[in-house]
Design a protein around this ligand. Structure first.
Ligand SMILES: *Cc1c(COP(=O)(O)O)cnc(C)c1O
Length: 433
């Protein structure tokens, strides 16, 4: 059980001399859970290997993209094949249309779309478009929802922002932050009240249809339909941010699962099969406001990158052609491991609330229900940190924050479930007071 970490320590010392906090994205630094993050050398299927050769079952899946498991052969081949024809042209290719057709097959509401290189770019561009479409300035988001790191979206954002316990970000001017209304999730009354307070001023409501970035929080019965109704009545756009849920909760994401009729949808993560890629799209009348057709400017040197398009096509092809096997397997494996660990916690006398939708879930270290960010924040994060460290030591790598969702891949199966539940039993036993 005692793992060696010499190589990771050496790499970390070097990284700390090169990157703020030693990382290129804050949550990778393990500040919220304590302990030191291993450096990854490679991964295959459900497993990661660190620089010292230690093996871990992966429950963060590159924060969502790796739904088929790591180094999935068809994805690797597609990338290699595309790379031989050069990795970028800055001109249109057939591959962009190929991926867009695959996206529209499962997201018919994306009548027109545009590819970008990250989820951040997708949501930031969708907001700009919504403001142009409505001629309004304000937007509504929800506490604990993360939509990337654009200025106006870093207000009460989840994920790393929640993990660090800060309300927003330094460097975002008050004038910009004040245009973002951050409301409690799952509270239809709060949205009605905001529209009443700012009549004719709200351009859009943006949300995670199932929250992943405050930990996993499902929408209450009728909540999404209520948002659709009120935004339509008020002339505001409904932007469904499916960067995390897209292609994961169903082939057509939460949009398909809950039957949402969004104005604009944002995608990322799985879309690029592990390469940098995002997209935003929706009704043609809105999308045709983008340059070069309309006045809303948006662009990208590497947008529609051929390697990302190839990896995305290979991923979506696999998901589409085996949908009747993959999604039930994701559901069954996720249920077994999520409930197995929750039961182990109960047996150990440790209060845990499990929230799960398909292959996304969170074990909140709290006795109460978790329906919004305030309830998630009531969790015992020190306990979660203890659990995280104890699991890592036993070869199970969970996302390093209470306010993140686990992500399972189709490569996970009964063997990984059993090993994980066993590790959790031992970890939880050691956490008893
Ligand atoms: C990850 C995420 C983003 C940001 O995507 P990046 O590719 O990290 O910029 C936006 N929205 C949601 C819901 C996400 O989970």
């Amino acid at each position: 059980m005692s793992m060696k970490h010499e190589q990771s320590e050496r790499l970390r010392e070097r990284a700390e001399q090169l990157f703020p906090g030693g990382v290129n994205s804050p949550v990778r630094a393990f500040r919220a859970v304590g302990g030191q993050p291993p450096f990854v050398a490679r991964a295959e299927g459900a497993y990661l290997w660190d620089a010292d050769g230690n093996r871990y079952i992966d429950y963060f899946g590159s924060w969502g993209p790796m739904i088929l498991g790591h180094a999935f052969p068809a994805v690797v081949e597609a990338i290699a094949r595309a790379a031989r024809d050069s990795s970028s042209f800055g001109a249109s290719t057939a591959a962009e249309g190929d991926l867009a057709e695959r996206v529209r097959a499962v997201y018919p509401g994306m009548e027109r779309m545009r590819f970008v290189s990250s989820g951040t770019e997708a949501t930031m561009s969708a907001i700009r478009l919504a403001r142009a479409a409505t001629g309004r300035k304000r937007i509504i988001k929800f506490e604990g929802c993360y939509h990337g790191h654009a200025d106006g979206l870093l207000v009460k954002a989840g994920s790393g922002v929640a993990t660090l316990g800060i309300p927003g970000s330094a460097g975002v001017p008050e004038e910009i932050a004040s245009l973002t209304l951050a409301l409690p999730y799952n509270d239809p009354g709060a949205v009605e009240a905001a529209f009443a307070q700012y009549p004719g001023e709200i351009a859009a409501v943006i949300l995670e249809p199932v929250v992943g970035n405050a930990g996993c929080i499902p929408p209450g019965e009728g909540y999404l339909a209520g948002l659709r109704r009120v935004t339509a009545e008020q002339g505001a756009l409904l932007i469904v941010d499916e960067v995390m849920t897209g292609f994961r909760l169903a082939p057509g994401g939460a949009t398909e699962l809950y039957g949402i009729d969004a104005d604009l949808i944002t995608l990322g993560k799985i879309l690029g099969g592990g390469l940098p890629c995002g997209a935003f799209g929706g009704r043609q009348k809105w999308m045709d406001m983008l340059a070069p057709v309309g006045p809303v400017y948006q662009a990208g040197t590497l947008s529609g990158n051929p390697l990302a398009m190839a990896a995305g096509c290979a991923t979506l092809d696999e998901l589409a052609s085996h949908r009747d096997a993959i999604y039930p397997r994701l559901e069954a494996t996720s249920r077994a491991v999520a409930e197995g660990v929750a039961r182990a916690a109960q047996e150990a006398g440790i209060a845990v609330t499990l929230n799960r939708v398909g292959s996304m879930w969170t074990w909140f270290f709290t006795g109460g229900a978790v329906r919004d960010y305030a309830e998630a924040a009531a969790s015992d994060t020190a306990r979660f940190g203890q659990f995280h460290r104890a699991m890592l030591e036993r070869g199970v790598w969970l996302p390093p924050s209470q306010f993140e969702a686990m992500f399972l891949s189709a490569a996970h199966g009964p063997a990984e479930v059993e090993a994980t539940v066993e590790a959790a039993r031992a970890a939880l036993a050691g956490m008893r007071l």
